[in-house]
Design a protein around this ligand. Structure first.
Ligand SMILES: [Zn+2]
Ligand SMILES: [Zn+2]
Length: 130
């Protein structure tokens, strides 16, 4: 793995950099992630806040409260609307795996709230249930 990973939105206005390795990688099927992506799950490439830096653009965010009771800010490009990352209150950033320049870096190891997935969701069977 490279020391610095990069990613961004569809139009290129918003870019970010990640240093270091992810803390964990998972597919989240919660209703907030479903709304954020418009799909069955959010491909969560979770890194430490200190390892994450927005480098270009002025993404907007939508502030919510997760089921855990913790604040979450879900960032999206203010130009093209790509879902990009969620900033979690616990010092972590959940980066959209599909926004990484090298999408193969995303290698999920578990699911989150898969019991809330719609019937048409694609849940890989090799993932640990979370
Ligand atoms: Zn954009
Ligand atoms: Zn979720």
């Amino acid at each position: 793995m490279k020391d610095v990973q990069t990613g961004g939105c569809r139009c290129g206005a918003t870019r970010y950099e990640i240093t270091g390795s992810p803390v964990t990688q998972l597919m989240c099927f919660c209703s907030d992630c479903r709304a954020f992506t418009g799909s069955d799950a959010f491909a969560a490439y979770i890194v430490k806040q200190v390892d994450f830096s927005p480098t270009e653009g002025s993404p907007k965010f939508y502030a919510t409260v997760a089921r855990s009771g913790r604040a979450v800010k879900r960032y999206f490009c203010d130009t093209c609307g790509s879902s990009l990352w969620a900033q979690l209150e616990i010092g972590l950033v959940s980066v959209a795996g599909g926004s990484l320049d090298d999408v193969e870096l995303f290698q999920p190891v578990r699911t989150n709230l898969a019991d809330e997935a719609p019937a048409w969701a694609r849940i890989p069977d090799n993932l640990e249930a979370g």
